[in-house]
Every structure is written in C-alpha cells, then in structure tokens.
Design a protein around this ligand. Structure first.
Ligand SMILES: [Mn+2]
Length: 430
C-alpha cells in the first residue's frame, strides 16, 4: 500500500489585492498566507510520512512568477527532497506559456535535475520508487488544441469537431499508456483537466473558455486505482470506484471561494483499492457582508450593527451596503473604517438605491439600441452579479457577431456549443 498526499491548485502569488505589505518582511501578507498553508501540507507529508506527493497543477497564477514567489514555492518542495519523498509536479493551464510547449514555470526542476522531483508536462507513465515500493503514475497535463493537433488538421472544422478529434487522440494515447501498466503495482492517473460532471468552483472565473471537458467515462475505469485531479478549486469526489478526486485549491484565491472548505487529500492506494481522506486546512476567512439600509431611519447604527453580527477579525472583508441618496450625509466613514479595522483587509462598496422606479435601460437611445453590442454592454452594466464575467461575455458576443473568426477558446466560453451559421446570421441582423 502506498500512502499519497495529493494537493492541487496552489496559485501562489495570486490575490495580492486581498493582502497588504507586512512591514516586518516586506512581503504581501497573502503570499505569506499561501506559504504558510503550503507549509502545512508539506508538514503533514513529512509527519505521516507519506510515500509520494502528487501536485495536480497550477503552481502560480502564470508561467512567469517573480523570483520571490518561485523561491517561496521551491523552499517548501525542497523539504520533500530532503526527506527523500518523491514528488510529481503536474503542469496546469496557469503554468503553461500561452504559446509553445512545456510547463515553463515548473520545468526548471527537471532542468536542475532535482532528485525525486518529476515534472509532468506530457502524457507518459512514470514508475516511481517509493518507500512502499514501485508506484505507477500516468501524468496528463493540461491539454490545449495545439498540444494534440496541427493547424491544417483543424482548419474549417467546428469547435465540436475539433474537440471530438482531440478526445479521440487523447483516448488513443491514454490507452497506449494503460496497456503498458503493470496490474500488480499501484496505478495512478494524475491529470489537470475539467471533467464533464465537475461542479465549477472559482475556476469558472479563472480560466473561462480555455479548454475542453473530458468525459468521466474516460477516467472512471478499473485500470486506475486512484485518479488525482487538479484544476477545479472546489473539493469534490466525483467517483468512489476508483476514487476520482479534486482536492481543490489550498487557499482562497478570491471571493468566489468564500464558502468553500480548503484542504488536501491523503490516499492509501493498493492495486484494486484506495481509501481517501480529505484534510481541511485552517485558511484565512473571506467574508462578504451585504446590508440594505435604504429603509432605515438609523442607517449608521444599522450598518455598524450588521458588522458586529459577523466575526471579521483577521478576515478579508467586503462590505456592500445599499442606501438612498438622502442618507449619504448620515454615514460616518471614520466610524465605519474604525469598525472594520480588525479585518485583515477590507473594501467598502456603497450602492445608491433610487426611490424612483428605475427607467428601463435609459442609456439606450433609438440610435444605438439597434447595436446588439451596445445593448449587451448596457445590460451588463445593470447586472452587478455578472461583473466578473462581463469581459468574457463581451468578448464572446463580439466574436459571435463578427462571426468570421470564431476561435475555439471563445466558443468554449459559450458552454461548449458550436454556433450554427444560421443563428450567427440572425444575431448579426438583430
Ligand atoms: Mn487550472
């Protein structure tokens, strides 16, 4: 039986806007949070000790992290090297250069020949000598169209057809690896991908439209004893036999992960069986406090009252309050900042509520109402809940309307649906 610690989606170096500079270290406190949390994972790997550590991809927000972030990441994994615990670092979409092959930010470990560290930047099988004996790990990094297909092969094809070809190629390549597996040794698939049944966490916002989904049927097979996934930030177990597991991200990357529990997974794996334990991590809280004081006679008091209802100590706080224009003068901003000062960091968003019935889309005049892009922009301006998606929606709409260059990536943002030519025409005529 091989004991494995499976973690994923570290994204070290992201979310600096939720932290501040620590005057003692000169570092952003969110970088320090991520380092502390990663060190807790490594602590556990050492204290167990586990036989193998699997990292499911997305080490940093992009392929070129600043040296201070690279170093903080390397210092933690160095502890596994010292303890002779073999480690596989898989390449996620955030680790790849937009163009070209290879997992830029992680390949340095292979170049340096760090003992015991394997970089998973291609589909292949590694037989790793662990304390518990040889263990087979198939690495499947994030796939892009350019990894598997050449331009002439995709020319003139719809997105759906391109994805079908990609899946066929993947199926064949994966089958080749599976056939070479020794059935008497533990068999693990380590993959950075979106399955067709995963519930989206924050990844929906982090990488909207940047790839294709892999059907569960390709993964939920007895030829694997454990399927270690990365990419989706919300922890979930998609299948029990064999366990197919997203451990989720180890720290909250942004407010979309406010309510998600964060952690890593310990798995005990042997041929034909694996048991799984999710280990929660004590990460910094994110708190959104929404208050409507527009009908209140004592707005300041109600606002401060609302703040006492939530424990905001050391949390990353977002206060959203709605008020009438006439109440603006009644808000004591000094007192409000004082009340929020025990938060780690905070932002305050005030929204004015008009007492008049809001006229319907007042920004649209007869001149620009015929332009669907304008109409969409106006609509999005009125939908605060879509703010984070607005740029992607606009981009997708523009691509659709200007029809000729429907790229794979933007079309995927539209929920994997290829757009038939007729509806494209219709939109243009709107
Ligand atoms: Mn990812």
């Amino acid at each position: 039986m091989v004991k494995v610690l499976h973690l994923s989606d570290i994204h070290m170096g992201s979310g600096f806007s939720h932290g501040h500079i620590n005057p003692e270290t000169g570092l952003n406190t969110r970088l320090e949070d991520f380092v502390t949390t990663l060190s807790r994972c490594i602590d556990r790997a050492l204290s167990e000790p586990v036989d193998l550590v699997l990292f499911g991809g997305d080490a940093f927000p992009d392929a070129t992290p600043p040296p201070v972030v690279q170093q903080a990441f390397a210092q933690q994994f160095q502890r596994l090297v010292e303890a002779h615990i073999p480690t596989v670092l898989l390449v996620g979409n955030h680790d790849q250069h937009a163009q070209g092959m290879g997992g830029a930010s992680l390949c340095i470990y292979r170049t340096l020949g760090v003992p015991g560290i394997i970089v998973g930047d291609r589909l292949t099988t590694h037989t790793i000598n662990t304390q518990a004996g040889p263990t087979q790990v198939i690495t499947l990094p994030w796939l892009t169209h350019s990894t598997l297909l050449t331009r002439p092969e995709t020319e003139g094809l719809s997105l759906g057809e391109v994805n079908e070809i990609m899946l066929d190629r993947l199926r064949v390549a994966l089958e080749g690896e599976i056939r070479r597996l020794n059935p008497d040794l533990p068999k693990i698939l380590l993959a950075h991908l979106m399955t067709d049944t995963a519930r989206y966490g924050a990844e929906k916002f982090l990488a909207v439209g940047k790839g294709f989904t892999v059907p569960m049927a390709l993964l939920a097979r007895p030829c694997f004893d454990y399927v270690a996934l990365g990419h989706v930030h919300k922890h979930q177990i998609l299948c029990q036999e064999p366990p197919i597991v997203y451990p989720g991200s180890i720290e909250r990357v942004d407010f979309s992960e406010e309510k998600e529990e964060k952690g890593f997974v310990l798995a005990a794996i042997e041929p034909g069986h694996a048991s799984v334990e999710f280990c929660p991590l004590p990460v910094r809280a994110f708190q959104t406090i929404t208050v409507n004081i527009s009908k209140s006679d004592t707005p300041q008091q109600d606002l401060e009252q609302a703040l006492t209802k939530t424990d905001i100590t050391d949390a990353v706080v977002r206060l959203v309050y709605k008020l009438r224009p006439a109440q603006i003068e009644q808000i004591d901003h000094v007192a409000l900042n004082q009340a929020l000062s025990k938060a780690h960091t905070y932002t305050i968003h005030s929204e004015l509520v008009s007492q008049l019935t809001r006229p319907r889309l007042p920004e649209l005049t007869s001149d620009n109402a015929r332009d669907p892009v304008n109409a969409l922009a106006t609509y999005l301006a009125h939908r605060d809940d879509l703010t984070e998606l607005a740029d992607d929606i606009m981009l997708a709409a523009q691509t659709l309307l200007h029809g000729d260059t429907l790229t794979a990536d933007t079309a995927l943002a539209l929920d994997n649906t290829a757009i038939p030519e007729e509806s494209n025409q219709q939109l243009r005529l709107l």
